[in-house]
Design a binder for this molecule. Sequence first.
Ligand code: GDG
Length: 478
Amino acid sequence: MPSQLYDFVVVANRLPVDKVGTTDDGEPLYETSPGGLVTALAPVMRSQHGAWVGWAGAPDEAGDAFDSDGMHLVPVELSAQEIEDYYEGMANGTLWPLFHDVIAAPEYHRHWWDAYAKVNRRFAEAAAAQAAEGATVWVQDYQLLLVPMMLREQRPDLRIGFFNHIPFPGYEIFSQLPWRKRVVEGVLGADLVGFQRRSDATNFLRACRRAAGATTRGSHVHVGHGEGRRTVHAAPFPISIDARGFEALASDPAVIERAAQVRTELGDPDAILLGVDRLDYTKGIRHRLSTFKELLEDGALGDKRVVLVQVASPSRERVKAYADLRDEVELIVGRLNGDHGTVGWQPVHYLHQSFPRDEMAALYLAADAMLVTALRDGMNLVAKEYVAARHDDDGVLVLSEFAGAADELHQAVLVNPHDIDGTKGAIVEALGMPKAERRRRMRALRRRVREHDVERWARDFLGALQDGAHAHDEEPAG
Ligand code: GDG
């Protein structure tokens, strides 16, 4: 038992730190990894006596709990085999593609499932050991779907929230999962289940009825019988970013200067299109490249010299679908530049790298249009970051209707990325949009993101969790 117990416990696959080395005594050395979730939760953690339970990101490394930036961090150990079966396998080879509408084929392996259940239990036990009597525990995402029920079985005194960062698929797709009933029952251990979009919550409610035989009324699920009867609330809580922080970063004179320099380094084109994604098949990078290729080939861009900068940050490289995707994307980029480049000019600048946040902000500022063409995406924070960065009220966001952000960012140019002609038209529209309209749209988008930042997301979710099962059942405001 730890010497101290915590009133607020976050449980996530990853701790909000990266290992950056080891001390002279061989102890791991960590650095806080910047990200929206940490930004949102760190103040709550500090004010409410919080602990964060998660994996440190390397095999066979647990070590003792430690304090970092005012947060108490509790590492959960995973062996190399567990990383393969639970994380790369069940989480990213089964659940990720299944929950993203089978864009890639999910694989169902019983030994992946067994590892998933075993690791989920370890997370649940670690969280139970940190939580004070009646504490609030907030479980994050698809890697930990079984944790809410495992936690409730051990600690019925806790108030448990679960947030699903990725889409929840329609039942026709979800029902493929051999362990569908156990997954639904696992999530139903929570008091409040949050989703990005209303449609995700609706899909989940249907899965509760169909897979677990539960009864639902509106956004409430009734589970258990007699004494054990409980109500679980499922509702949308669209996540966001640290909008003010991002705007401040993009307003830094060094970032503004770097944005101008980026344009020069790209050969001072007439227009810059930008894509920023983890290299993931859900993000529609191939569709985006095909669309751009056609635009170059059919002359729809006129005599404008247009470049596409595509940041594709390395991701899940040991999962086969990701290695295959990288090969395909790089083949397309190579062909496109081979066919359409000239000496000293290439239409696609493909960057398979991760960049510091200030460089990302400079790219956002430099881009005339941001292309978010995800085939399926829980929210897509890049869309919101682009908007937050544009303190000049310029730039056009081209946004897939299949990203959760489309429910909120109505002034974007919305596209169906499968519709190549439609997306081509949207890009042409974006590049030809009069300045006054660009400004009008960007101002409205910025207002939305500023007013609905990640701090508000955390406050709304935790407020609804405390209030019990009633608050926040309205449509996200437009
Ligand atoms: C999941 C859901 C949901 C990317 N490359 C670099 C870099 N990034 C940053 C972006 C952004 C984040 O990573 C990506 O967030 P997204 O929301 O776009 O996508 P996922 O990673 O798939 O996130 C998603 C999210 O969870 C939150 O709930 O929105 O739908 O899939 O912040 O800026 N950051 C830096 N260098 C890079 O090269 N510094």
